[in-house]
Design a protein around this ligand. Structure first.
Ligand code: B12
Ligand code: SF4
Ligand code: SF4
Length: 379
């Protein structure tokens, strides 16, 4: 099997994967950790996380004759930085280029097809994020890297700006040793998290994580967390930006993950004016679609509120008349943050025609805030 394994690694690298690990397809010993995380409610509204807990832990429940799990890591690091101008939105690095789910699924399928040509009786199932498989735990077990205190998988060679994927295979390959943990006494990620979401080393409470709030959460963002989100409109990179192991990040030469134009420093006021069709077109090949139109504009409204930029009053006033109550309520909050007579007038006018009880509540709260802020905001 040694030469087959080496050939698989070589083919995987040719297809764009940077690192490969191998584990025996036996149940993961992560049951307690997953159960504790779910029992504490850390998954928030991601109820799908609890649904297939058994499958997540044992690959033989998805492929009964599975012998090995091949873990693959793809580098997505682009040597660019987020704009610190509050009028620009921050989109997480992982979503700057093409949607990795689609890109990596194609590559995984190509690898499985290549393996089947050599071993026609072999079967392989591909996973990348979406299936009931714990990508990080397999990559750790298979020797790709270790799970850092921020809970992302880190490799010594490339840092943590990597996507993870697996092939659950019937081929009997040689397992690698589990990776050692190199976090040591460091706790930079825990201290840098804007919302305190890393509630203990290795444990992220998704309900506090900006990534969850701006991508997975479908409803309103809790008002107390909105100011901490800053200009992050899709995901968050802070815990990885501060990690010393990311000094070893090497820019990837993968065209698929090169930042698409406008994704690194999108102008918030322009984004707030996107129609549903424009949103769909602009992000058709991007992971950003996951936030959905209303969720994305909700995020942009929060970022505009945090920017305190009076030039945004116009677009936020228009947003108070959009069809989506979620967008109207966050636009109201943003106007309250910006304050000043123009914001107050817009909110008072909205109060006259608004009928949705949740939006009415947000407008009333924003009016109180806007009036308080008026003296301080010299617009
Ligand atoms: C649910 C999910 C989320 C949720 C919850 C995050 C989380 N930590 O679970 C939210 C929406 C918040 C999220 C955010 C992000 N995600 Co996400 N997410 C997932 C998903 C679908 C499942 C993760 C999971 O199983 N969670 C369950 C909990 C129980 O696991 P856990 O938090 O990892 O905890 C484990 C360890 O920390 C460990 N542990 C617990 N206690 C202790 C104690 C000790 C001493 C030790 C050693 C270990 C340990 O045990 C747990 C079980 O193994 C995976 C894809 C997949 N199918 O695996 C992607 C995935 C983890 N996400 C990914 C990415 C890129 C992100 C973001 C960076 C995106 C962004 N820029 O905004 C952020 C990072 C936020 C963070 N700090 O975690 C990548 C990570 C790649 C990598 N290098 O690790 C993955 C693997 C997707 C992929 N295929 O590439 N994500
Ligand atoms: S992604 Fe951001 S909010 Fe989530 S744990 Fe990391 S630093 Fe905290
Ligand atoms: S910042 Fe420090 S503690 Fe956090 S993952 Fe990186 S090395 Fe580990």
């Amino acid at each position: 099997m040694e030469s087959l394994q080496a050939a698989i690694c070589e083919k995987a690298k040719e297809l764009g994967f940077a690192k490969i690990g191998v584990s025996r397809a036996e149940p993961l010993d992560q049951r307690n950790r997953l159960d504790e995380w779910l029992a504490a409610g850390h998954h928030g509204e991601m109820h799908w996380m609890g649904r297939h807990a058994g499958k997540r832990l044992d690959p033989r429940t998805v492929l009964s004759e599975a012998k090995s799990v091949i873990s693959l890591a793809a580098n997505y690091y682009a040597a660019h930085f987020h704009s610190e101008d509050p009028c620009h939105g921050k989109i997480s690095r992982y979503a700057w280029g093409r949607d990795y789910h689609a890109v990596l699924k194609d590559r995984l399928r190509a690898l499985v097809a290549w393996m089947s040509e050599r071993f026609p009786e072999a079967r392989g199932l591909c996973y990348c994020d979406t299936g009931p498989v714990m990508d990080k735990a397999w990559a750790h077990k298979g020797g790709v890297g270790w799970i850092g205190k921020h809970s992302n998988l880190i490799t010594r060679e490339l840092g943590s700006w990597i996507f993870l994927a697996e092939i659950v295979s019937t081929l009997d390959l040689d397992p690698r040793d589990e990776s050692r943990n190199y976090c040591g006494t460091c706790r930079r990620c825990i201290d840098a998290c804007p919302t305190g979401a890393i509630v203990a080393p290795y444990v992220v409470d998704a309900r506090l994580c900006i990534s969850y709030l701006t991508i997975e959460l479908r409803g309103p963002i809790p008002a107390n967390l909105r100011p901490m989100i800053g200009s992050r409109i899709f995901g968050c990179d802070d815990c990885q930006d501060v990690c010393p192991w990311n000094r070893f990040a090497t820019p990837c030469e993968d065209a698929a993950f090169a930042p698409a134009q406008g994704n690194q420093a999108p102008v918030l006021i322009e984004l707030m004016q996107l129609s549903k069709e424009e949103f769909t077109k602009r992000f058709q090949n991007s992971a950003v679609r996951r936030a959905k139109y209303a969720g994305f504009l909700r995020n942009v409204a929060v970022a505009l509120g945090n920017s305190r930029d009076a030039r945004a009053i116009g677009v936020l006033t228009l947003a108070l008349r959009t069809a989506e109550p979620l967008v109207r309520s966050h636009a109201a909050w943003a106007l309250g943050q910006i304050g000043g007579p123009k914001s107050i007038t817009a909110l008072e006018q909205a109060l006259e025609h608004e009928t949705d009880p949740a939006v009415l509540g947000e407008i009333r709260a924003a009016l109180k805030l806007g009036e308080t802020l008026e003296a301080a905001a010299p617009y």
